[in-house]
Design a protein around this ligand. Structure first.
Ligand SMILES: *[C@@H]1O[C@H](CO)[C@@H](O)[C@H](O)[C@H]1NC(C)=O
Ligand SMILES: *[C@@H]1O[C@H](CO)[C@@H](O)[C@H](O)[C@H]1NC(C)=O
Length: 370
């Protein structure tokens, strides 16, 4: 392996490879490069004014849940090199809602590793393990391919290329197309601490929304006068029509923020984010109305499952589901989706109408998901 390298250099190289032969004490992130030399393969260092450039043609990429996405990143040298240098690439990730913050040393310290690669060897980490690879379509192509995108993959990705003498990086933001919806507990308003809110969104096939996602929803007209948790642990709510009781009439439209709240002790609602998945939500054809127990069974008999709230919102927002019939959903709420507002189907704006959580013996239709 690695012929032609002097032993100290070889040791240094192995040190770079997470899980490599030498896991030295003090190993931190598998990405030390202070000691490494570069050049003709004999451990000789030379410096000739060559500059490494790392670039991306796209600073933000938008994708759909479950799909694959490529985050572009290329490097080249100026002037061009005749002999290629040994480079390492590290992709790291800063979860969303810090994505628009400046790239400060503190922010970089909070990044988590996605993948580290050197030569043909690479290693991926955490929930990215087995889902990421480098595209390598042309020399210098270090674009990251992520498969089976998950709702919580959004955020800022940093592509860092290091060759021992030079180090440069570029960031690419990943957004998912989806829908933000406010969510509150069956027990009533303001019943979730942060962890309860996280769980509640997950139970509805969603994840806590990021600041960017809530902001985008507000830009599209979301107006909601109850405060909810976001993924970063802040509590906020979106107001398009300022009014008393919702921050007051003097405050401009926007997101009203309570800032960071205590994740265990403080209780609010949640803002969840969900995105398209394969599958459809449909109103089950039934001759009679059903109580909640019967509704769950009816979907099951139809070879599907009672729809979760995130699936209903996704179907409404992304596939235009429109049905003026109230139906049970998995959390025991009753709702219906309207994309073309009309008489007797709720307010003049499109939306998923909610009857809250009626007693389970009351009879309605049901929305199933398959
Ligand atoms: C993201 O979501 C997946 C699937 O729900 C979960 O397994 C993973 O732990 C989550 N990752 C983070 C960083 O929260
Ligand atoms: C729904 O109706 C069935 C009878 O069809 C009954 O056995 C069940 O207890 C009812 N469930 C609720 C929650 O009222």
């Amino acid at each position: 392996m690695l012929p032609g390298l002097q032993r100290p250099l070889l040791a240094a190289l192995l040190y770079l490879l997470p899980g490599g032969l030498s896991r030295l004490p003090g190993y931190s992130n598998g990405f030390h490069y202070q000691d490494i030399s570069n050049g003709n393969g004999n451990g000789e260092i030379y410096f000739n004014g060559v500059r490494l450039h790392v670039e991306s043609p796209q600073h933000s990429v938008s994708a759909t849940r479950g799909s694959s996405v490529t985050l572009p990143c290329h490097y080249h040298y100026e002037p061009e090199l005749n002999t290629p240098r040994r480079t390492r690439v590290k992709w790291s990730w800063l979860p969303a809602n810090t994505a628009t913050a400046p790239v400060t040393p503190e922010a970089i310290a909070r990044e988590t590793e996605v993948m580290v690669a050197m030569g043909n060897r690479h290693r991926s980490y955490g929930s990215f393990r087995g889902r990421v690879r480098l595209r390598r379509s042309v020399p210098g192509d270090m674009s990251l391919v992520i498969n089976e995108l998950q709702l919580n993959d959004t955020g800022r990705y940093r592509c860092e290329v290091i060759d021992g003498l030079e180090d440069d990086s570029v960031t690419v933001e990943l957004e998912l197309r989806g829908v933000v919806f406010p969510y509150f507990s069956q027990k009533g308003r303001y019943h979730f601490n942060f962890f309860g809110a996280q769980q509640a969104c997950q139970d509805q096939d969603a994840t806590l929304a990021t600041f960017e996602q809530l902001y985008a929803a507000w830009e599209e007209g979301l107006d909601w006068c109850n405060a909810g948790w976001l993924a970063d642990g802040t509590v906020q709510y979106p107001i398009t029509a300022p009014r008393d009781g919702c921050g007051g009439v003097d405050l401009a439209p926007g997101l009203r923020s309570y800032g960071q709240r205590h994740r265990l002790l403080h209780s609010y609602d949640a803002f969840c984010f969900s995105a398209s998945v394969k599958g459809t939500v449909y109103f089950l054809k039934q001759r009679t109305r059903l109580n909640f127990t019967e509704a769950v069974q009816a979907c099951s008999r139809d070879g599907s499952q009672i729809s979760r709230v995130g699936q209903m919102f996704t179907a409404w927002k992304l596939t235009g589901l429109d049905r003026c019939d109230a139906g049970w959903l998995a959390d025991g709420s009753v709702r219906y989706p309207i994309t073309k507002p009309r008489d007797n189907c709720g307010p003049p704006e499109p939306g998923v109408r909610s009857f809250g959580f009626p007693p389970p013996y009351l009879k309605f239709g049901v929305y199933c998901y398959r």
